[in-house]
Design a protein around this ligand. Structure first.
Ligand SMILES: Nc1ncnc2c1ncn2[C@@H]1O[C@H](COP(=O)(O)OP(=O)(O)O)[C@@H](O)[C@H]1O
Ligand SMILES: [Mg+2]
Length: 314
């Protein structure tokens, strides 16, 4: 449905995106993640035919974004970063105007407007002037306009930016509903949101892809595991030393919130390794009792921060 093939965009000497390739198929929401300036909007604008790439190509719904931009625009709903609304228009009036721009046949416009008012839950405000609406409702009007020609593919560039928590939750529910019948590419900085509504993520940094994977796969393969060990060792140093020798333990750090007489440390364990029995075995060997073994795992947010802050390319 969405296919980027070696997309590169240069602004003068500066490469905003470089050699980006990915494919997105089926009814799904794919999270497009990256720090500010990573190249998300540039990529999305190319896919939406608003910007030609310097090299490479892209296809949406089988059409080439460069040579078949009319067909792409028909198949695609694009919500840009800042939604251009005509604030002196009323909601319904604006949607009718957008329907006309998007070539929705005149006979079908009223039906199309009713449909998007319903989907975006703004029917009760259809006669209000856009200027009188809250930020959240304006964003919904923008989304409604994006959906007016019933496109199969949606490209949403940070749709929840600047919204309050309740508005964010409502927008998230709307996007989740849309995924049942659409292919959605969604850029956002809200990682828990991604974890709740996206099946896959594409993470970019400096215009290059760092990861393109199903979220559960990414978490399974990339997330470091930790075990917090509390034991009746004579000292924290002794405990740390003992834990360092265990196979599969990549790092050991003394806990900084140590309780007196309860030495504690945090072990980082290699992905997909279970070190629990080796840990308790080592404690038994030393004659120390185990007071607590608390496992934890990096979240998608931890992985994201680690990947985008280091050089390592997955
Ligand atoms: N029109 C432009 N001219 C020059 N540089 C630009 C232009 N648009 C974006 N950039 C630069 O390209 C990089 C990627 O920007 P952008 O795609 O907006 O990133 P994101 O959406 O991930 O924050 C940034 O460093 C930005 O400053
Ligand atoms: Mg952006």
């Amino acid at each position: 449905m969405i296919s980027a093939n070696r997309l590169t965009k240069a602004y003068g000497d500066f490469l905003a995106i470089e050699d980006l390739s990915f494919d997105i198929e089926g009814n799904t929401v794919v999270g497009f993640l990256g720090a500010n300036g990573a190249g998300k909007s540039t990529t999305m604008r190319i896919l939406a035919c608003y910007l030609p790439p310097t090299s490479g190509s892209a296809r949406v719904a089988g059409f080439d974004c460069f040579t078949q931009s009319m067909q792409v625009r028909q198949a695609l709903g694009y919500l840009p970063e800042s939604v251009p609304l005509y604030t002196d228009m009323r909601v319904e009036e604006y949607l009718r105007y957008m329907a006309q721009l998007k070539d929705v046949p005149a006979r079908q416009r009223t039906l199309a407007i009713d449909r998007v008012l319903e989907t975006c839950r703004i029917a009760p405000r259809r006669r209000k002037a856009i200027s009188t609406l809250s930020k959240g409702f304006r964003q919904r009007v923008g989304l409604a306009a994006t959906l007016i020609h019933d496109p199969k593919v949606l490209i949403l560039d940070e749709p929840t930016v600047g919204l309050d928590p309740v508005e964010i939750r409502e927008t998230r529910q709307m996007i989740r509903g849309l995924a049942e019948q659409h292919t959605v590419l969604l850029s956002t900085h809200i990682l828990p949101e991604v974890q709740q509504i996206c099946g896959r993520v594409i993470i970019i940094r400096g215009g290059r892809i760092l990861a393109n994977a199903a979220i559960d796969e990414l978490v399974r393969e990339q997330s470091n595991q930790f075990v917090d060990v509390t034991a009746s060792a004579p000292s924290t140093d002794a405990l740390v030393d003992a834990m360092r020798g265990i196979a599969g333990v990549d790092a050991v750090d003394a806990a900084d919130d140590d309780v007196p007489n309860e030495p504690r440390c945090r072990l980082r364990i290699a992905a997909d390794h279970d070190a629990r029995s080796a840990i308790s075995g080592t404690l038994v060997e030393r004659g120390w009792s185990c007071l607590a073994l608390e496992p934890s795992r990096e979240t998608l947010e931890d992985i994201y921060v680690r990947l985008t802050e280091t050089e390592k390319v997955v």
